[in-house]
Ligand binder design. Structure first.
Ligand code: TYD
Ligand code: MG
Length: 467
């Protein structure tokens, strides 16, 4: 009989190798290659007759829906990000850079839930009991009934949390420290992390406890092991922020039970994380209204409007190739705006370095920021400060046209609430509020916008003196 041929498949990227190796050529991961039998499975030739399947009842899309039972923490920003509280029996992954505040956030959430009478178990694999207690004291959580364990072995953890009354919430800090007797690779490897997480998820599904898993993000921005966990859990939240700044954003990237575009905003203080219900005030905090190169962008984060200042510095270069540096925005999007400014507006930036910064370490992902960025760039180049009471939003296309964006009314309402009386926005914005006190200046193209900014001092022929 011919020898059965086996394949070696990388469990991370799926690359097939002819022989085993420690490192996958495809993705560069270590210890991810596993021997598999390609002839296994359906139609694998002679041998056992395939097992006859049992038909399941097909059903329709309409019918009774059960609302997922949730346990709200009472921390508004955390509940907003999870979609109204932790869902019972679900597994939630919280990722983030080391030191960003994941353990702090979860200790505060644990304390809040314990105060509401829930049974919460906090399993720390990274810190000793004394360290966790110290943090709890600092957070004013030491008097709550959170149950604490310092343990990393999966079987021991399962035995512990299965004992006694079913917990409502179990926190595992972190998945990188989990190790199981059943997998024989080192802690922190893909196999160990996956085995550990699988066991925790099974416990959540079986008992109805909510499992919160902490995962450290590697340099490349992935949760190690490389995305093996993200698809297994019900929700993935990233805790992000700039270590140099005080506030942190909890961003939902996957949620089987709620929206994925919500953010929760917190500020790190010496007594832990403080909720920030109105992020705009935070991002506009240190504004210098008279400086050229600053524009306020009226953005949206999920259902919530956020006002944030974008700052540009355009300066003559001393280098052969001018520099373009961006913090908080997409650099290829900046390149696009610069190209449109050059091609359609006659703005020459080839001899200038361009620096762009979004205030306070915030990250903008909306294309609606195009207009604000373009305004800041032109303002800096021309040395003309933009009006301090004006916000900007709108998407710019490659042809130089300005396109309307969604949620016009909400953006304007937030701007008015924070004392902005004017807005530069795309012409033909669909839901422009009528009869409002604000001065809404509609522009239909980027050349129009540039002319208006320049016109406020240079009186260009096309400029309209209304800014
Ligand atoms: P931590 O929650 O341990 O981060 P992670 O679990 O994501 O690795 O918090 C890290 C930082 O937060 C640490 O450098 C100290 C700071 N911190 C405060 O500023 N105030 C506080 O009340 C606490 C508990 C931590
Ligand atoms: Mg930690």
């Amino acid at each position: 009989m011919a020898k059965a041929k086996t394949q070696f498949i990388c469990q991370n990227c799926g690359t097939v190798h002819s022989r085993w190796a420690g490192k996958c050529d495809g993705c560069g991961e270590w210890n991810t290659i596993v021997e598999e039998d390609p002839m296994g499975g359906i139609g694998s030739g002679p041998g056992k007759a395939p097992k006859k399947g049992r038909p399941v009842t097909l059903t329709s899309l309409s019918g009774e829906i059960e609302e997922a039972p949730r346990i709200p923490t009472g921390m508004g920003e955390l509940d907003r990000a999870t979609g109204g509280g932790f869902v019972r029996g679900s597994a939630v992954l919280i990722g983030g850079d080391p030191g960003i505040g994941k353990s702090t956030l979860l200790m505060q959430a644990a304390a809040a839930l314990a105060r509401r009478g829930h049974r919460v178990i906090y399993v720390s694999g990274e810190e000793a009991v004394a360290q966790v207690r110290l943090r709890a004291q600092r957070l004013g959580a030491a008097d709550t009934d959170v149950l604490l364990a310092a343990e990393t072995n999966v079987e021991d953890i399962l035995a512990t949390i299965s004992e006694g009354k079913r917990p409502d919430l179990v926190i595992i800090d972190s998945i990188q420290t989990l190790w199981s007797d059943t997998a024989d690779s080192a802690p922190g490897t893909v196999t160990q992390v996956r085995t550990g997480v699988q066991a925790m998820i099974r416990f959540a599904k079986q008992t109805g406890a909510t499992m919160v898993l902490v995962g450290h993000v590697t340099k490349e921005g992935q949760i190690a092991g490389p995305r093996v966990v993200e698809h297994m859990v019900d929700a993935v939240l990233y805790f992000e922020g700039d270590r140099g700044h005080h506030y942190r954003i909890l961003r939902t990237v996957k949620n089987r039970f709620g929206p994925t575009d919500e953010i929760g905003v917190f500020e790190m203080s010496d007594k832990g994380l403080r909720e920030v219900a109105n992020p705009s005030e935070l991002f506009l905090g240190e504004r210098n209204e008279k400086a050229p190169g600053a524009a306020v962008f009226a953005g949206m984060e999920g259902t919530r409007p956020v006002l944030v200042e974008v700052q540009a510095l355009v300066a003559a270069t001393s280098l052969g190739t001018p520099r373009r540096a961006v913090v908080g925005w997409d650099s290829s999007r900046l390149a696009m705006i610069l190209a449109v400014l050059e091609a359609h507006c006659g703005v020459r930036l080839g001899q200038h370095d361009v620096y762009l910064n979004v205030a306070g370490g915030y990250r903008i992902s909306e294309p609606a920021a195009d207009m604000a960025i373009a305004s800041a760039l032109v303002s800096s180049l021309a040395g003309i400060a933009l009006p301090a009471d004006c916000v900007y939003f709108g998407e710019v296309s490659l042809s130089g046209a300005v396109r309307p964006v969604a949620h016009t009314a909400q953006r304007l309402k937030e701007a008015e609430k924070l004392g902005f009386s004017a807005a530069v926005l795309p012409a033909a914005s669909p839901d422009l509020p009528k009869g409002s006190a604000g001065k809404w200046r509609e522009v239909d193209s980027l050349p129009d916008l540039v002319a208006r900014i320049a016109g406020s001092r240079l009186k260009a022929p096309t400029g309209q003196e209304d800014g």
